[in-house]
Design a protein around this ligand. Structure first.
Ligand code: PEP
Ligand code: MG
Length: 750
């Protein structure tokens, strides 16, 4: 090994270690040495803690020293995490453009575009990563990689030795305590999660542990006695607050929110509820105790019910009790609503999300779930920034702690420094401006090929953005959302009113209604009583509609009536066979016939298509295309079912690989089936807004993409940079790849 490749000899390293006051100090001195030796601007050392699964920056020369112990990432995250996970050096010259690059705001690394990460290994044991960064124009070359590898291999032993020596020389208990304290604290300063609904939010935390909030009331001593007038006033105030919330939510989400606070209001009006509390107070019981005792009786009764819907009401009673006591006792901490806060929760339901939206929650951190789940989709519609971070400890942060949610990258900062907050604010403002500027009326590739850019609509609320970004129609209206948060199936009339609003907002543009797609992670509390072992593959989607023809007919009648005079399209979710499609289409025909016989105006010639989201469709694409008027590829479910990976399970997220050649080829076959039979084909799953996949989708012949309206400017920009000849050439190559790796390379992923 030549002398340039060695950092210094082993004796010098040991000397350095002996002179260092601590491992931290030693590591710090190493980074200084490596920076000089490698003529680098930055050198950072990350150490890997196998127990927590995190790589933590332990020393840096060149970056903000405050980042030490605070910048942390899971194995596989960012270029650094990827280097250790894949046990290979990563060398890039435009780091910020790399899809794996994760910027850590506040550490000052933005100016260093040349990036080199070398894993520090001892045998097969992962010890950490050595990261070097240089400014523009000073790329790392092969000899740098070699030299750095040598340095890393030297460090592996000495770092292990250093740890070992430190352990012997430091009294065990002190050391353990010191280490675990510092790790524990740093651990929660920054948490890397996944972006579920983009945006930025900074506010105080509200820990949503419904049971805990109510349970804490049970153990609380309320000293002051309240008189009956005070109690009555608290009841009136609570009723008014709930009514206000209800009004707000109806205004904001007319299609979905009609009954959110209805059961609260109803219980409040129940004489047995308030009446019993009143007489207890009149007999000398203190107000909060009376509220708790009566509420507890309701909760016990509801919890014992075999009906899922009644059991869900437990939450409403708990929520109501908390609101009543808050108004009576005037105590706010822990009893406030979510309003203006960042909610940190273990689990939330779609109805919770709507409630949170109505109370203007700033952001959400969910400690379980997957980003393509419907909760994430709904959060996007409600424009609530949401991060899914698989870290239960987050629910332990104190109420009122400042939290920054960077839901663009999926990061959560606990009690961040003001400069970090400020830099996010600036970035966010800048992004909003860009979004405004680039939303063009037409979407074309660089060489002038037109692409139809439609909107995915979940709630009517999404129409504002769709209009602002000139969506050319609705490629997917997820009709199930208004169904999910109610207590009963909406009537034909209620559906008609909602659907008509959608049609009127999209005059002369295509509007595609997807019929009810419930089941899986979209459960109707009033229907899904029967426990299913595997609801994702259970009585769901078109199966549900065909099994429950009354519900199906009501929906179809509402759609046909609302679609009068419109470019109306109806599509069925989760079609698995030609037979199923023909059966479903026949129900549409019958509904149209009945409406005609009743003399009711309606659209009698909608286009009727299918969502391609089951692998079986690829096999029979040709046959289906001869029957259907159009296809729309639902990539979210297609990937889930083709690869057998639950889209809502964060533990198997790394297996959810849309660029598996099996998936890419299946899509190509589906599109060929459509093109050969002269029917339109679009893509409406999440792949349609992913920049790495858009060229491929256009390359196989898709000319229509339907995306959440918020993604429109970005998708437009991506398409504007494409040259169709090159795209087609690339697509031919991708379709020939047999491994995920090859496909990823051609698509520029990873
Ligand atoms: C899909 O599966 O890709 C899709 C668009 O439908 P959803 O996400 O509503 O299941
Ligand atoms: Mg789907």
């Amino acid at each position: 090994m030549d002398r340039f490749r060695l950092l210094c000899n082993i004796g010098e390293l040991n000397h350095l270690f002996r002179e260092s006051a601590s491992i931290e100090n030693f590591l710090q001195r190493i980074t200084v040495l490596v920076t000089e030796h490698m003529k680098s601007d930055v050198c950072s050392i990350y150490l890997y803690d196998e127990d927590s699964g995190y790589l933590v920056m332990r020393a840096t020369e060149g970056l903000n020293p405050d980042a030490i112990d605070h910048v942390r990432m899971k194995l596989g995250d960012g270029l650094t995490g990827k280097s250790l996970k894949e046990l290979k050096p990563i060398c890039v010259s435009r780091a910020s453009k790399d899809p794996d690059f994760k910027v850590f705001i506040g550490c000052g690394e933005e100016q260093f575009e040349n990036f080199l990460a070398i894993p520090i290994l001892r045998g097969i044991e992962r010890i950490g990563v050595l990261v070097l960064q240089r400014k523009k124009r000073r790329r790392f070359i092969e000899s740098d990689v070699m030299a750095c590898k040598a340095v890393a291999s030297q460090l592996a032993n000495i770092v292990e030795n250093a740890r070992f020596l430190m352990t012997i020389h430091t009294p065990q208990s002190d050391h353990t305590q010191q280490v675990s304290e510092s790790w524990g604290k740093a651990d929660l300063d920054f948490v890397r999660g996944k972006a579920a609904s983009e945006g930025f939010a900074y506010s105080q935390s509200y820990i949503l542990d419904k049971e805990k909030t109510f349970a804490s009331l049970l153990n609380r001593k309320f000293e002051r006695l309240h008189n009956i007038e005070e109690f009555d006033e608290a009841v009136t105030t609570t009723g008014e607050q709930l009514q206000d919330l209800q009004d707000q939510v109806e205004e904001k989400l007319s299609d979905a929110a009609s009954l959110i606070f209805a059961s609260h209001l109803m219980i409040l009006k129940d004489k047995e509820f308030v009446g019993v509390m009143r007489s207890m107070i009149e007999n000398g019981c203190n107000g909060p105790d009376a509220i708790i005792r009566v509420s507890k009786q309701y909760i016990d009764t509801f919890s014992a019910s075999s009906n899922h819907y009644i059991r869900e009401k437990v939450q409403d009673v708990e929520d109501l009790a908390v609101r009543l006591i808050s108004n009576l006792a005037g105590e706010r901490e822990g009893l406030e609503g979510y309003g203006g806060h960042i909610v940190i929760a273990r689990e939330i339901f779609p109805s919770d999300l709507l409630r949170m939206s109505s109370e203007n929650v700033k952001g959400i951190v969910l400690v379980s779930g997957g980003v393509t789940s419907h909760l994430s989709i709904l959060a996007r519609s409600l424009q609530i920034p949401m991060v899914i971070a698989n870290r239960l400890e987050l629910t332990g942060v104190a109420y009122g702690t400042n939290i920054l949610v960077d839901a663009d990258s999926g990061n959560v900062y606990v009690d961040p420094a003001e400069d970090v907050v400020e830099s996010f604010r600036q970035r966010h403002l800048a992004r909003e401006k860009v979004a405004d500027e680039v939303a063009a009326v037409e979407t074309n590739t660089k060489d002038g090929t037109h692409v139809n850019l439609l909107a995915n609509i979940n709630l009517l609320n999404d129409l504002k953005l769709a209009a602002r970004f000139h969506s050319q129609g609705v490629g997917l209206y997820r009709t199930e959302f208004p169904f999910i948060i109610r207590s009963d199936f909406p009537s034909e009339e209620e559906q008609y009113v909602t659907y008509r609003k959608l049609i009127e907002a999209m005059v002369d543009k295509p509007v595609t209604f997807r019929t009810l797609d419930i089941g899986g992670d979209k459960v109707l509390s009033y229907y899904h009583d029967a426990h299913e072992q595997n609801p994702t593959m259970g009585m769901r989607s078109i199966r549900f509609s065909l099994e429950n023809k009354d519900v199906f007919r009501k929906q179809l009648r509402a759609i046909l009536r609302a679609g009068i005079g419109a470019d109306l399209r109806i599509m069925f979710p989760m079609i698995s066979s030609v037979d199923e499609f023909i059966d479903a289409r026949e129900v549409v025909r019958q509904c149209s016939e009945t409406l005609a016989s009743e003399g009711i105006e309606h659209n009698d010639s909608p286009l009727i298509g299918i969502m391609a989201e089951l692998p079986s469709v690829a096999e029979i694409a040709d046959d289906l295309a001869r029957e259907a008027d159009f296809f729309s590829i639902g990539t979210n479910d297609f990937v889930q079912f083709a690869l057998g990976v639950d889209r809502t399970n964060e533990n198997v997220e790394s297996y959810y690989v849309p660029h598996n050649p099996a998936i890419l080829r299946a899509f190509a076959r589906i599109v060929s089936g459509a093109v050969e039979n002269h029917i339109p084909v679009s893509v409406c799953g999440d792949m349609a807004h992913k920049e790495k996949y858009i060229p491929f989708l256009l390359g196989i012949g898709v000319d229509t993409l339907s995306v959440d309206p918020a993604f429109t400017p970005r998708v437009q920009r991506c398409i504007g940079e494409l040259d169709m000849d090159k795209v087609r050439e690339m697509t031919v190559k991708v379709l020939k790849s047999s491994t995920i790796k090859e496909a990823a390379k051609i698509l520029g992923i990873g």
